[in-house]
Design a protein. Structure first.
Length: 159
């Protein structure tokens, strides 16, 4: 009877560990619980990437910005995108800080202003579908991203 009880307890333990590991792997890269909540006046943006067969051939460009009414000039949002380390975890997250000011070219414009996404400093990071890319930005700002894929390897010519 003792052996049957030990066997049942061992089987139950294995089932619980299996269920826990399956639920953790089903979450994939969308678990943001280790990351801090957004500070006052900031919003936490999360980029979840799909799994690729060769993730080393891909990069992600983080593009923070804001939709603004602008003229025909080329506008750029002033601000900084800073890489930060999540203490105790070794994970990386990013913080965009900006007061919303822009720089622009100074062409004479004869067209009315249009609403357009004005981007700030961008950052290219490695593609990793196992972890989310977490970016904190001020309220009213957006975080977009681009996926870059490496092409075939090229060989230089000696001249």
């Amino acid at each position: 009877m003792k052996q049957l009880t030990k066997f049942a307890a061992a089987l139950l333990t294995i089932c619980l560990f299996t269920a826990h590991s399956l639920s953790a792997s089903a979450k994939g890269g969308d678990d943001v619980s280790p990351f801090p909540a957004a500070p006052e006046g900031m919003v936490r943006h999360v980029i979840e990437l799909s799994k690729k067969s060769d993730e080393s051939a891909f990069k992600v460009e983080i593009v923070p910005g804001k939709v603004m009414s602008v003229d025909c000039n080329v506008h750029r949002l002033m601000g900084t995108l800073t890489e930060k380390n999540l203490e105790g975890w070794g994970y990386t997250y990013y913080e965009f800080s900006s007061d919303g000011k822009t720089t622009s070219t100074l062409m004479a414009c004869n067209k009315p202003n249009v609403d357009k996404f004005v981007s700030g400093q961008t950052l290219i990071v490695r593609y990793n579908s196992k972890l989310p890319i977490v970016v904190y930005a001020p309220k009213g700002f957006e975080v977009k991203y681009k996926i870059w894929k490496a092409g075939k390897e090229q060989v230089s010519k000696v001249k």
